[in-house]
Ligand binder design. Structure first.
Ligand code: ADP
Length: 602
């Protein structure tokens, strides 16, 4: 039937007073109430009570689904259709097949698809075959509810019209008035929701930005997680920052389950890096089979979602300029619905804020670390100057004293004292030179070094000292050659130092064992003596520069306390390690382990 057509014999009636009165009440309520559910209820009941329809129902559009929100009619019908979800596309299809009755849409029986008939609620009665205007159970009358800007907000459907006849023009006009009110109520609700959403999202972005002023990355991430959790009504939020070589800051936070963020989604970094600097959130549903993310990331994320009861998550990359610094995940439950455009935009903004905060916090951490390193360096410099001055002063005083004596008496003992102390000074200066060389070394020599030979040379070097001290030195080796890659001169310095210490701190009659062993990966040299030994307290600082045992017997033996500090630096720069096993009065074993294949350090 053409739009607005009046059927033959139809009379133009005036609207009944109760209908108008109810309408005017409705208009007032629609414009003043903020309880949308209440207003929609009133509209559907008005349609039934005042206009005489058997059933009236309003569905609201949520995402791309129409959800039946308010129903007036018999209880069993209400129970059946309340909360029912219909894809909006199906209803749109029906609109296209309908006759246009002003703002109403009428689909006469016979035109509706079988699928829709099965899905829709169809009243159970026999149509009056004698009346051409009789309502048929499969007739459908509804009205799309649009916003002022033409956006579909919902749908109103009516059934069992008054007198069970196709509504007259006048009845339709009255129905249209209720439809207009329903549209207005939804439009108002939508505006209110948008406004409060804007406020909510705006304040969440602000809270995350404010979290950036917390001291330390830990506190920043924890506060941000909490704010996002609140603002998005999420079931779980977690943030992971990729570790930064320059700053060893902690990298993960989660709320309400902080532990979740500790387990990384390993493949995600490559997935996000491939897209970066595109910072759009990536939506993942618990039942997704495919995703823009790799299958590995998808499976791992879905596993984590299951553990926290999240039906969908948004994964948002976090970074600054070209640097991808980590990601943020917001998990939502099943009733919460998909994230809308405004929410996704807010998440992008939040991730941008977080990226800035992470970068600033890390810069600050690096700065603080550098400051404390500089302080330590300053303290160490002072200590170094004090120790060196002291070490230089003692032999110099002796030299000066004996030189004066020599001038007066030509004393033979003074010549000996002078050369002994000059020798001591010379050793000290040589050690200092070695120490500063290994400390400031920029590049290192990497050559073939044969350790059996290195040990033999070291033993030869101490032969005289050993003989004087009545110490026997024996060498045991697992094979004829043990080869490593490194600096031959530096490694000789280490072995010489260990062997000469073992002899120096042995008692007469003692034996020093130099044992060389190796496997595929490591070469080891153990230098063992049964001499003075080192107390546990002294072992703590053994490898620090200028440290000498507090044991008076050891202190009486000349030394600078630099040899082991130099040795440790050299060994570590070769990718190896040096350890000591010692007990006071029993002897010591120093073990040097070097990797067989050590990559050149440039
Ligand atoms: P130096 O021997 O020139 O003093 P080192 O750095 O080589 O310097 O050794 C530091 C200190 O460790 C020594 O002064 C000594 O007290 C102790 N020490 C080193 N090796 C041994 C050892 N084999 N037995 C006992 N004490 C040792």
């Amino acid at each position: 039937m053409p739009e607005g057509a009046v059927r033959p014999g139809e009379q133009v009636e005036a609207a009944p007073a109760p209908a108008l009165q109810r309408l005017s009440e409705l208009v007032r309520r629609v414009n003043s109430s903020t309880d949308t559910a209440d207003v929609l209820e009133e509209i559907v009941h008005g349609v039934c009570d005042v206009l005489g329809y058997g059933v009236a129902a309003i569905a609201r559009l949520e995402g791309d689904t129409l959800v039946m929100t308010a129903v007036a009619g018999p209880d069993d019908v209400r129970r059946q259709i309340l909360g029912r979800r219909t894809p909006a596309a199906e209803i749109m299809d029906e609109y296209r097949q309908a006759d246009r009755w002003g703002i109403l849409r009428f689909v006469p029986h016979g035109r509706m698809s079988e699928a829709r008939i099965t899905a829709a609620w169809i009243p159970d009665f026999e149509p009056d075959a004698d009346d051409p205007q009789a309502w048929h159970p499969e007739d459908t009358l509804y009205a799309p509810l649009y916003s002022a800007t033409g956006r579909l907000l919902g749908n109103m459907a009516v059934d069992l019209p008054p007198g069970n006849r196709v509504p007259s023009l006048h009845e339709r006009e009255l129905l249209e008035m209720f439809v207009v009110q329903a549209g207005l109520a939804l439009s108002n609700a939508q505006q209110r929701e948008e406004l409060s959403e804007q406020l909510r999202l705006g304040s969440t972005v602000k809270e995350v930005a404010q979290a950036g002023s917390q001291p330390g990355l830990d506190a920043i991430l924890a506060d941000a997680c909490e704010a996002i959790h609140r603002g998005f009504d999420a079931v779980q939020v977690w943030i992971r920052c990729y570790p930064d070589d320059d700053a060893g800051s902690s990298v993960a936070a989660g709320h309400p389950r902080p532990g979740l963020a500790q387990s990384p989604v390993a493949a995600l970094r490559a997935d996000l890096a491939a897209r970066w600097p595109t910072a759009d959130p990536i939506a993942v549903h618990i039942s997704d089979r495919t995703s823009v993310l790799s299958a590995e990331s998808l499976a791992r994320l879905q596993q984590m979602m299951t553990s926290v009861g999240a039906f969908h998550v948004a994964v948002v990359p976090m970074g600054v300029a070209l640097d991808l610094l980590g990601y943020l995940v917001v998990g939502l439950n099943g009733t919460r619905g998909h994230l809308g455009t405004a929410e996704l935009d807010a998440l992008t903004e939040i991730a941008r804020e977080l990226g800035r905060s992470v970068q600033t916090a890390r810069l600050l951490e690096t700065e603080q670390r550098l400051v404390s390193e500089l302080r330590e360096l300053d303290r160490y410099k002072g200590e170094l100057i004090a120790t060196i001055s002291h070490e230089l002063k003692t032999p110099l005083t002796t030299i000066i004293g004996h030189a004066e004596l020599l001038g007066e008496l030509h004393e033979h003992r003074s010549v000996e004292a002078i050369s002994r102390n000059a020798e001591r000074l010379n050793r000290l200066v040589q050690n200092l030179l070695d120490y500063s060389r290994v400390q400031d070394r920029l590049a290192s020599v990497r050559e073939r070094v044969e350790l059996v030979e290195t040990c033999r040379s070291a033993v030869d070097l101490v032969a005289l000292l050993a003989e004087t001290g009545e110490v026997e030195v024996v060498t045991e080796t697992c094979c004829e050659e043990v080869v490593v890659t490194g600096d031959p001169e530096e490694l000789s310095l280490v072995v010489d130092n260990l062997v000469s210490n073992a002899v120096k701190y042995s008692r007469p009659g003692g034996t020093v064992r130099v044992e060389i062993t190796c496997d595929d990966a490591w070469a080891r040299i153990a230098v063992a003596d049964a001499g003075l030994g080192i107390s546990e307290a002294d072992q703590v600082h053994l490898f620090s520069a200028f440290h000498r045992s507090s044991n008076p017997e050891a202190l009486s033996i000349p030394g600078t306390g630099l040899g082991l500090a130099i040795s440790r630096r050299i060994v570590e720069s070769h990718g190896g390690r040096i350890d000591v096993d010692s007990s006071l009065g029993r002897g010591s074993t120093f073990t040097l382990a070097l990797p067989r294949r050590f990559a050149p350090a440039h």
